[in-house]
Design a protein around this ligand. Structure first.
Ligand code: NDP
Ligand code: MG
Length: 402
């Protein structure tokens, strides 16, 4: 049965036999989702939009539906269902609402590849369903692997489902590994821009406000990941994401600050040779690579010019100031349910910071206290990951008095 599904998706590949790859875009109204639709619009003979999902942005979901004519859409917020239904009444698009519907649609057979671009823990269950359903996953939603990476990757292997990274660093590593499958990785070097507060110290960070933290120097992204980039939690999440994607030990994963964001990450092999993937910072490139994998397809995105930007610099991350990265390294090393607990506390802390309920440095305290409080489980079941997430959320919300 699974074989048949895999063969069917291979046959539906755009990149060979002229048929289109049917994309289920989970989180279509977000930053990744919107850029993915630009890529799809530019390559309409290769990709078709089968599924679109949003949570609250009904207007954009309606607009996208009218433009891309998907088979199915889901609006997460059930209160918006009626409005979406009325706006699309002249079409034959099937419309569902609510969290359960996200899982149900992920279990359907009408698509070939899910682009997982929901933000946070909410993206986990649809990804689990897609993998269980034998569908390829292009994964932007890193929190999925942070929470339950061992289970996700095990299920992907069991179901012979490719998990293709969209996160630019992981896409870089994935690209560096093409043709190297028999060669052992000595280590990977994840690059980090350092975010808007690179070089700043705690006495500065204590006064940082939401608007300032939302200004990323190199990337234009959704609010949650932009704050994670400012605290360096994003790089911590990415270390854990890399551990599972590439089956590495924690000590094989190094972070280096590279403020220009031109080298997107590197792999060092056993002979000391280092491969890097480079380019201007533009998420459309890793999105396109994941959608079209294993092919590269042409585009007209701006190119990197060595004459124009000719200085690339590297430095150590400042773990004393950006303590979230240190907490994530602890979670990576100890494993078990600790990354899930940390992720949940971080989601609550970022939510509170975005609503001006806690200051920038308080976010770290909330995460640290929650990591100390929730009981450690060395080898959690999926149910225990869910429970750990719930406990951590409640504890962190109590600390902040949300
Ligand atoms: P955004 O906040 O821009 O978009 C998030 C998407 O998820 C929106 O479509 C949103 O719907 C939907 N969503 C939010 N909450 C829920 C929920 N509870 N249930 C269902 N859907 C929900 O995020 P980004 O696009 O920036 O990021 C998406 C993922 O990709 C994240 O995991 C992020 O870490 C990762 N990523 C993002 C990068 C970037 O450049 N943006 C780079 C690398 C990774 P709505 O807007 O309708 O409410
Ligand atoms: Mg990244």
């Amino acid at each position: 049965m699974k074989e048949q599904v895999l063969n069917k998706s291979a046959a539906a590949s755009p990149l060979g036999d002229g048929t289109t790859r049917r994309i289920a875009l989970f989180g279509s109204t977000g930053s990744i989702g919107r850029q993915a639709l630009e890529v799809i619009a530019g390559n309409s003979s290769m990709f078709s939009v089968e599924v679109l999902t949003a949570y609250s942005n009904d207007e954009l979901l309606i607009e996208q539906s009218l433009r891309f004519n998907p088979n199915i859409i889901v609006i997460g917020d059930e209160k918006k269902y009626q409005k979406v239904k009325e706006a699309l009444s002249s079409t034959d698009i099937k419309i569902f609402a609510g969290e359960k519907a996200l899982e149900e649609v992920a279990s359907m057979d009408c698509y070939d590849l899910m682009l997982a671009a929901i933000v946070g823990y909410a993206g986990l269950r649809p990804v689990l369903r897609a993998i269980g359903n034998g569908k390829s996953v292009a994964l932007a939603n890193k929190e999925t692997l942070v929470v339950a990476g061992d289970i996700i990757m095990r299920k992907a292997v069991e179901n012979r489902v490719p998990v293709i990274p969209v996160d630019s660093e992981h896409s870089a590593i994935f690209q560096c590994l093409v043709g190297e499958m028999r060669n052992k990785i000595e280590k990977i070097i994840l690059t980090a821009s350092g975010g808007p507060f690179l070089g700043r110290k705690p006495n500065y960070l204590v006064n940082v406000k939401r608007e300032h933290a939302l200004q990323h120097p190199n990337w234009n992204m959704g609010a949650k990941i932009t704050i994670d980039s400012a605290t360096l939690m994003n790089k911590g999440l990415e270390m854990i994401e890399a551990r599972w994607l590439f089956n590495l030990n924690p000590d094989q994963i190094q972070v280096v600050i590279h403020p220009q964001s031109i080298i997107h990450s590197m792999v060092q092999f056993e002979d000391g040779s280092i491969k890097a993937q480079m380019g201007l910072p533009d998420m459309k490139l890793p999105i396109q690579y994941a959608l079209a994998f294993p092919r590269r397809i042409p585009n007209t995105f701006p190119r990197y010019d060595f004459k124009k930007y000719n200085t690339l610099t590297f430095e150590e991350p400042d773990l004393r100031t950006f303590r979230n990265l240190g907490l994530a390294m602890d979670a990576l090393n100890k494993g078990g349910n600790l990354p899930a607990v940390m992720n949940a506390a971080n989601e609550i802390a970022v939510y509170a910071f975005l609503r001006n309920r806690v200051n920038f440095l308080d976010m770290t305290d909330v995460i640290e206290k929650t990591m100390q409080k929730v009981s450690f489980i060395q080898t959690p079941t999926l149910e225990e990951y869910f429970e750990s997430d719930g406990m951590a959320r409640n504890y962190a919300a109590d600390l902040i008095k949300l």
